[in-house]
Design a protein around this ligand. Structure first.
Ligand code: DX5
Ligand code: ZN
Length: 222
């Protein structure tokens, strides 16, 4: 029986910004599947990361599909900019999406995959009526805004519930998890049914980031 290997999306937020080019190239040369980009506005989350000028500067050297996580209050303002950057997946937060169905359509019309992100307190059941339209659901396993936080264990149950919702409907929607992911929380998440692991500090604080990525890639479920 073929095993489902974890998709690994290292988060650039934990890279060394003094040598961003080097860290992007490291990801290019690694077994990582995607590159996770965290955009923050200081309003939706209590922190500011980086925005379009930085993304435009590094875009030409990025060789992995771009998984962009928008922690901003009005993500739909930037659909065109993200599509122009050839972003693969655009993640918008549920908490700032009063017209989520329309947003999903607009993201897809712009040629990107549509993903919705849930904060830790938001139940996965709220997505039941849009699940079939989504390419991915991103579950936050920390409160968004900062790298290096502790994994919230309740996420495992959320992954199991969402896995059941997806499987019962015969959908191919991916489950991604972001925050406090390392090889041990990653193993529990993959076992619970997660498809994609985002990891920032685990990868970039590791003495051998490529080995850290490899250790997450080695996680699989039947
Ligand atoms: C947090 C960001 C994450 C962050 C994860 O708000 O969305 O992507 O980089 O960092 P770690 O893996 O260190 O928890
Ligand atoms: Zn993120």
């Amino acid at each position: 029986m073929s095993k489902k290997q974890a998709i690994v999306s290292p988060s650039l937020l934990s890279a060394n910004f003094l040598r961003l080019e080097e860290d992007v190239r490291l990801i290019n040369q690694s077994e990582a599947d995607w590159l996770h980009i965290d955009v923050m506005d200081g309003v939706f989350v209590p922190n500011i990361s980086f925005g379009f000028p930085i993304l435009e500067a590094i875009r030409p050297i990025i060789e992995k599909p771009l998984d962009v996580h928008l922690m901003i209050v009005e993500p739909m303002k930037f659909v065109r900019e993200l599509a122009a950057l050839k972003v693969d997946t655009m993640n918008v937060h549920y908490e700032v999406s009063p017209h989520l169905h329309r947003s999903i359509g607009a993201i897809k019309d712009a040629g990107m995959k549509a993903a919705v992100t849930l904060n830790p307190h938001v139940p996965v059941e709220l997505l039941v009526d849009v699940l079939a339209d989504l390419d991915m659901v991103l579950l936050m396993s920390v409160n968004p805004g900062f790298g290096g936080q502790k994994f919230i264990p309740q996420t495992i149950d959320k992954v199991q519930r969402l896995r059941r919702m997806i499987d019962e409907r015969g959908l191919s929607t991916l489950i991604e998890v972001d925050g406090g992911v390392n090889v041990s929380t990653g193993a529990a998440l993959v076992e619970a049914g997660a498809d994609v692991l985002v990891a920032g500090s685990y990868v970039f604080s590791h003495e051998d980031p490529k080995a850290a990525i490899r250790s997450l890639k080695a996680l699989s479920r039947p």
